[in-house]
Design a protein around this ligand. Structure first.
Ligand code: SF4
Ligand code: SF4
Length: 436
């Protein structure tokens, strides 16, 4: 797959195939496609279409924001671009579909429309968004959901990083977590690993090589915003003392210091509950500074309870749906959604700040039945925050494994607005923030 700089250029297109599609007037929003070399062109006179669930829909100006500077463009192999011609027909263009990969903090509201070649292989795990030309600029179907200042690339991988790693290795010479995190920083440029060496903000402490779920798009086995490679998944189990040594080192001096278990390319941290709980107790016996966070699927309630009791401050729970069948279809776990809810209930009862890491796919989470289930969920479990995350996945493969829609979808903006209206206390964003 070729990645392109943000580039466009007029060129002709050939209509390969047509379907009827209603489009009342000529769209000022133009479709894009890529040629065999991966060069990206616009298709004058062809309106852009995006995808919601299985449906192709005409993109409207209100769906668009300017393409963020740090987004990447890529073409979709074995998939033709599609658009709408002036008579309202859906047309398949002789060129590859183009997608934008958004930086963290942006939530896509539509996927790119495309038509697959026969026997096309599955797409790699990225969060593909529709991208178009509008007012002579590139625009994407997305909304800005969180301020991403701390995750800005200029703060990472700076020329002094090697020296800083060397210094921490000297300070904590016996701790195997430091070697692991040094490799995550220097080799894979993992932001939360680098924060340990920069002595600031959120630092990941991986603890568990194993998981109790088998997610269809497992984040620890795919490139993600902070975990670029499955190779960096941790292979050993750090002891309580090793966890506490790194945790103390970070929390005692880091501004807005957070240590996070379950940061990305590890398994499920609550399966290392005994070591984590004992580590937290050692840390909290010496300092009350900073925050201790866990990112968890929360399916192992007994482990979560131990970690909460030891002195956890915040918990972020990965979740895709509040409907048991949808949850089970994606997580394929050895526990049920009810166990996740029990863990959340226990954490809330013990004063923990709970966020949901909501894996988001336009046209799935905003289905009417999913929205109704979320409302029920938040009435029962008043968590403080939702972090909306673009689900990195092949759209067709995802929809094949999920239950069929019972109703229609309401759209991403309406979905979030309805939740916000009914639950005004709910913070809607995309990242963990330092909780004052
Ligand atoms: S819970 Fe996390 S580590 Fe486990 S399978 Fe799912 S994404 Fe992977
Ligand atoms: S998230 Fe992955 S790359 Fe980052 S520190 Fe943890 S194990 Fe290493």
């Amino acid at each position: 797959m070729a990645r392109q700089n943000n580039k466009k250029n007029n060129s002709h297109n050939k209509n390969k195939n047509t379907h009827k599609h209603s489009r009342p007037e000529r769209s000022p929003i133009t479709a894009l496609y890529a040629d065999a070399e991966g060069e990206i062109f616009d298709a004058p006179g062809i309106g852009a279409v995006g995808r919601m669930g299985d449906d192709l829909v005409a993109i409207q100006p209100g769906d668009l924001i300017p393409l963020p500077d740090t987004a990447d463009l890529m073409f979709l192999p074995e998939r033709y671009a599609v658009g709408i011609d002036e008579s309202g027909e859906l047309v398949v263009l002789e060129g590859r579909a183009v997608a934008a990969i958004l930086p963290a903090g942006y939530t896509r509201t539509m996927l790119p429309g495309f038509e697959k070649e026969e026997n096309a292989s599955r797409l790699p795990l990225y969060g593909y968004s529709a991208v178009v030309v509008y007012k002579d600029e590139l625009y994407v179907t997305a909304i800005y959901t969180d301020e991403n200042h701390k995750w800005s690339p200029e703060f990472y991988n700076t020329p002094d990083l090697k020296k800083l790693v060397h210094k921490v290795k000297k300070d904590l010479p016996e701790n195997p977590l430091i070697d692991h995190l040094a490799n995550c920083s220097l080799e894979w440029h993992c932001c939360t690993a680098e924060n340990l060496f920069y002595r600031r903000w959120e630092c990941g402490i991986p603890t568990s090589p194993v998981c109790n779920a088998n997610c269809f798009g497992c984040i620890s086995l795919q490139p993600a915003e902070c975990c670029p490679s499955p190779q960096s998944r941790i292979k050993f189990r750090p002891t309580a003392e090793e966890i506490a040594e790194v945790g103390l080192y970070h929390l005692e001096t880091a501004p807005e210091g957070i240590i996070s278990f379950g940061q990305g390319c590890e398994g499920e941290p609550s399966l290392a509950a005994d070591n984590i709980a004992a580590g937290i107790k050692l840390i909290r016996a010496k300092t009350d500074k900073g925050q201790i966070n866990i990112n968890s699927n929360a399916g192992y309630t007994e482990g979560i309870k131990k970690i909460v009791d030891a002195g956890l401050d915040t918990m972020r729970v990965s979740i895709i749906s509040a409907i048991p069948e949808s949850y089970a279809a994606y997580y394929r776990s050895n526990y049920q959604l009810e166990a996740v809810k029990e863990s959340i209930r226990y954490a809330l009862d013990h004063g923990i700040y709970v966020s949901l890491n909501m894996l988001y796919f336009p046209g799935f989470n905003d289905r009417q039945e999913e929205l109704a289930a979320w409302k029920e969920f938040f009435r029962e479990l008043p968590v403080q925050m939702i972090q909306v995350r673009n689900l990195n996945i092949d759209p067709d493969a995802f929809l094949e494994i999920m239950p069929e829609a019972k109703g229609t979808y309401v759209g991403t903006k309406a979905f979030l607005q309805e939740l916000q209206q009914e639950f005004p206390q709910l913070v809607i964003g995309s990242f963990s923030h330092y909780v004052e």
